[in-house]
Design a protein around this ligand. Structure first.
Ligand code: 2AM
Ligand code: CA
Length: 257
């Protein structure tokens, strides 16, 4: 195993274990609102500190971009961290959230970890080395047509400027798929595309830390990702379409129809 992946896994496990300790004590947590409908709790902050501590100890020169504490250091190697993806779910006791850690080397996806601490599902990928779920190789689904496909998405939640745009995409896709799921954790949605539980995914306005690990999982499991405008700029725009090649292409065709 790549040593950097190994450090990422240790960090994700330690953060995930800490998150799970609070699952039965959500009522007493201190919760701040970063913006409308965007919450952060002391659990997010602790998990992030645990991850950063692991990385700093192993790789003091590496840069970090983390959801709660921002950007630090140089970015030849940059760890992109969402300590708790699905905070709103977590705060409601809704069991769908994950730790997401992606490593970029000179701007290219290099290592990926998405860890669901409740199900103890560890999704990992190394550039050129394939993607795994709990050490077993995963592949994107073989679904050929949107008809019969299960598609993940995310609804707008804070700023509603994009709501009409989103509803238009939903109106186009809802009638032509087998079903649409909104889980509340984009990192897990991408991991589910990577292992074939979802056939495809689309969402607007994601953040880099929602995408960085999930994107490499998909690429290494034989899938593709694109910006909704068909460019490769999904990391900076946050507007993303993913799936196997056929489903991604069909999702884009319908979105542009
Ligand atoms: P977060 O929990 O790390 O903030 C996809 O919709 C992403 O949006 C989620 O992965 C989630 O990441 C973020 N998000 C923030 N607030 C949300 C909310 N109120 N409902 C759903 N997703 C939210
Ligand atoms: Ca988060």
């Amino acid at each position: 195993m790549h040593p950097m992946l190994n450090i990422g896994i240790r960090a994700a496990h330690a953060a995930g274990d800490n998150i799970v300790r609070y699952v039965d004590r959500i009522e007493g947590l201190e919760i701040d609102s970063k913006s409308r409908n965007d919450f952060v709790s002391e659990v997010d902050k602790q998990a992030e500190a645990i991850i950063i501590d692991h990385i700093r100890k192993a790789y003091p020169d590496h840069g970090i971009l983390a959801e709660e504490s921002g950007k630090h250091g140089n970015d030849t190697y940059q760890w992109i961290i969402d300590p708790l993806d699905g905070t709103t779910n977590f705060l409601h006791g809704f069991p769908q959230f994950a730790v997401s850690i992606g490593l970029l080397h000179k701007g290219v996806f290099d290592q990926a970890i998405v860890y669901d601490p409740l199900r103890q599902e560890l999704f990992t990928a190394s550039k050129g080395g394939g993607a795994n779920l709990n050490n077993r190789r995963i592949r994107v689904s073989k679904q050929k047509e949107l008809e019969g496909a299960l598609i993940g998405t995310g609804f707008p939640y804070g700023d509603m400027d994009n709501l009409d745009n989103y509803l238009e995409s939903f109106r186009k896709l809802c009638p032509v798929t087998a079903g649409i799921r909104r889980s509340g954790s984009a990192a897990l949605d991408l991991a589910y595309v990577a292992c074939g539980r979802l056939d495809g995914f689309w969402e607007y306005n994601l953040k880099k830390w929602d995408i960085a690990a999930g994107a490499l999982l998909i690429l290494e499991s034989g899938g593709i990702l694109s910006d909704i405008d068909k460019s490769d700029n999904y990391m900076s725009s946050g507007n993303i379409v993913a799936g196997n090649t056929r489903i991604s292409t069909q999702l884009l065709d319908v979105l542009h129809s």
